[in-house]
Design a protein around this ligand. Structure first.
Ligand code: EPZ
Length: 420
């Protein structure tokens, strides 16, 4: 297992490019199964989750080549329709095979994904959506088994108690693309990654309208065809890199990003006091000294994303005054807090709220990563802390950040990878 050794206190300055979006490319890779033949997907981040999804696709009988941020996926006539526990348990996003395989084979057996470090993650909305499309779903021996003679378009309301679901919207959208008739998903998620999957499906010949709105309509088609497609930039990776500049008092030109996708986060940087400018594909952030505490309400897009909550907990731990974060999506997503406390942060958790009292400085310490965004939060804190820190179990960060230490070194960070 690898760890990061980080010497903090260096102001990070320079220019970086955002990689392609992990959470867009994972379902897009699976969506390529909806047609036979060779699809090409570009701007793919070289992260462990992508490498793992390649294994999932290969297990289902696709041939995959990954080089130079480009995936070539060759899909045969006949696909495996079963995704066993050992394949699914390591990466929840494997459940996207449900939508694609139902579209292609009218049947699928997928092991129920297990628990997760960021809290409860039910799949009831996915199941509800497939039932609306005419599937019979049973739960047997830990497997969700879905069967249908022919998927049938339907009008459904897909929101749950926590709001819309990214995964369920995408899963239903994939299956509905090959259903007979029209499907309407009301209460669909409007995260940019959902829109990117819809554009990918439309490029394959699907007929999806209402993209980026909470009512998506899908006119089923007989057949889809392979495509050549480029994935959107990763708004969460981009915002994390901007946070690295902000927390160290530095400045960053973030290139190849989509500032519109990051607007709620950029607005919070501004509210804190940082200088933020945007143009077409670039964000410039220059940190300032006099900072204001803020309140953050984590909600579905376009509001502040849960995937940036941990990183902002680190950032706000060094902002004088009391900041409050309310996490409304994954209410227990605060595993990074005890680790930050070990570096001197003053944070108390009250239900789904983090009450952060800014401290003057953090002190380097050995820490342990618990999930992807929590690891990013620890790396950020370590970059700002006085002295040396270690972040252990960085396989979590490798799942979703491409060469993060190389990118950070490029803007001056003293960070190295070592064996634990
Ligand atoms: C996606 O997860 C992302 N993962 C997550 O990113 C992200 O945190 C999340 O969306 C929210 O933006 C991928 O894209 C691979 P949801 P997903 O279904 O689709 C509840 C990261 O760090 N819900 O939108 O699983 C659920 O419990 C990861 O990159 C149900 O109640 O999230 C949550 O409270 C972590 N029933 C809320 O909806 C369901 O059937 C939103 O979850 C499904 C979800």
């Amino acid at each position: 297992m690898d760890k990061f050794v980080i010497k903090g206190g260096v102001k990070l300055k320079g220019e970086l490019s955002a990689s392609g979006s992990k959470n867009a490319v994972l379902p897009i890779m699976v969506a390529s199964l909806l047609s036979c033949g060779k699809s090409v997907i570009r701007n793919v981040p070289d992260v462990e989750d992508v490498r793992y999804m390649i294994k999932v696709l290969e297990y289902l009988k696709a041939k995959v080549d990954f080089n130079n941020h480009t995936l070539v996926i060759e899909v045969p006539e006949k696909l495996n329709f079963k995704a066993p526990y050992d394949l699914v348990r390591k990466m929840r996003a494997s459940y996207y095979v449900m939508g694609a395989l139902l579209g292609r084979c009218n049947k699928v057996d997928v092991s129920l994904p297990g628990g997760c470090a960021i809290g409860e993650r039910p799949v009831d909305l996915h199941i509800k959506g497939f039932e609306h499309l005419g599937c019979k779903i049973t739960l047997e021996h830990g497997y969700i088994k879905a069967r249908t003679r022919k998927l049938k378009g339907s009008d459904m309301f897909l929101e749950g108690s926590k709001g819309p679901s990214v995964g369920a919207t995408i899963n239903v959208m994939m299956a509905a693309s090959l259903a007979g008739g029209k499907t309407v998903i009301r209460g669909s998620a409007i995260e940019p990654e959902v829109g990117d999957v819809a554009h990918f499906l439309n490029a394959m010949g699907a007929k999806i309208t209402g993209i980026d709105t909470s009512i998506i309509a899908i006119e089923g088609v007989e057949k889809l065809h392979p495509v050549d497609f480029s994935v959107i930039p990763d708004r969460i990776e981009g915002a994390t890199l901007l946070t690295a500049a902000a927390i160290t008092g530095g400045e960053l030109y973030l290139k190849n990003c989509n500032p519109n996708h990051m607007s709620s986060v950029l607005e919070k940087f501004r509210e804190i006091g940082h200088n933020v400018k945007t143009d077409n594909k670039t964000v410039y952030l220059k940190a300032v000294k006099n900072l204001n505490p803020v309140e953050i309400n984590v909600l579905p897009y376009p509001f502040f994303p849960t995937d940036m909550q941990a990183q902002f907990t680190s950032l706000l731990s060094l902002v004088n005054g009391m900041s409050v974060i309310t996490e409304n999506i994954f209410e227990k997503r605060y595993m990074h807090v005890p680790e930050l406390a070990r570096m001197g942060a003053d944070i108390s958790i009250d239900g789904n709220k983090a009450i952060i009292r800014g401290v003057k400085k953090l002190l380097g310490a050995p820490t342990m990563a618990s999930d992807l965004r929590a690891s990013a939060a620890l790396v950020l804190a370590a970059l700002a802390a006085k002295g040396e820190s270690e972040v252990k179990r960085i396989y979590h960060i490798d799942r979703g950040y491409e060469s993060i230490e190389k990118k950070l070194r490029k803007i001056g960070a003293q960070i190295r990878r070592a064996e634990e």
